[in-house]
Design a protein around this ligand. Sequence first.
Ligand SMILES: Cc1ncc(COP(=O)(O)O)c(C=O)c1O
Length: 341
Amino acid sequence: MNFRSDNEAPVNQHILEAIIQANQGFEESYGYDRYSEQFTQQCQQLFQAWCEVLPLTTGTAANSIAMALSCPPYGAILCHEDAHLNRDECGAPEFYTAGAKIVPLPGEHGKIDIKALQTFLANSGVHGEHESMPATISLTQCTESGTVYSLEELKAIKAIKEQYGLALHMDGARFANALCTLQCSPAEATWQAGIDLLSFGATKNGAMMAEALIVFNTKFNKQIKRLRKRAGHLISKMRYVSAQLVRYVENDLWLELAHHANSQAILFSKQTAELVELLHPVEANEVFCRLPIELIESLQKQGFEFHIWPGYKDVIRLVFSHATQQSDTEKLIKAVSQHQA
Ligand SMILES: Cc1ncc(COP(=O)(O)O)c(C=O)c1O
C-alpha cells in the first residue's frame, strides 16, 4: 500500500493505450508529428490563449528551460526555500541559465511570504552591478507542502511582478491537482494570474515521463527550441510523449485523475482529523502529519509505505495518487484510528 509518492504510481490505462495507438507506422520526428501539433492546439483551447508548447520528459527540464528563457546569467530567481527548483534539481536551473542566482525565500506552508518577497525586492539594487538582478519569480502550484496558492494570493504576486517588471513562472508539477482545488479555469489559474511560463506536469498524475513547458508570453519564447535542443531534451520520437499529453487532457481525464487523488487525501485527513496533527492544511493530494513513533513503526509493519520526512522522526508525508485504491485509504484510516483508540 503505497503512499510514498505519485511518481511511484503506475501509468493510467488510457494513457498507455494512447501510446500503443500512436505506435502505428512512421511519423515525423523531433516534434513535427501530428500529436505534438494536436497538443499545442489543445493547450491553446484549454488556456484560451496563444501559447508555445514544448513536450519534455522531466519537470526539472521544464523548470530549467523556463529559467533559461526568463532569467539572464546575471539574474536572480526568487522562489520558496523548499521549491523543487532550489532543493531538488542539483543546480540544473543555475546550469541552464549559465549561472543565475537562486534566492530562497521563507514562507508558511510552502508559499512564498509576500512581505519577504516585497522586502527583498525593495532592498535590491543598492549594490548596483555587484548584485544579481531580480529577473524571475518562480512559485510551485501545488506547493511542496501540498498547499495551493489561492487566486487572491496569485493576484498579490502578480502585482509585485508587474511593479518590478519580473517574469513569473509556475512549477505546475501537480497543476491538475491545484486546478481541482481552485475550481477555476486553466486560464484564470495561469496567464490571467500573471503566469508567463508554466511547467505543466503530467507524470505524477498518470502519464509516463510526459511533461510540457507552456509559455504564454511571447517575450519569453525566444530561441526556445534551441534551448530545448541544447538541454538534450529535443526528443526524436516525440510522438510517444505528445500522444500521452493529448490523451491526458482529452475529455478532462487529467482533472478526473487529480480529483480522485485529492479526494483520497481529503478523505484521510477528515476521517483522522481528531487523531493526527497536520503540519500543513490539506488542499490537494498530499498530507504531512505528525504521529507517535510507535504508530509510524506499526504502520510500516502493516505494509503501509510512506516517507518519514527528512529532518524529523515523527513526521510522515502521505501522497495520494490517481491510482490510490480507496480500500487502501480506508485501511490506513482504520490502522491510525485503531492505534489511537
Ligand atoms: C514540485 C516539483 N517540481 C518538479 C518536479 C519534477 O521533477 P522531475 O525532474 O523528477 O520530473 C517534481 C518531482 O518530484 C516536483 O515535486
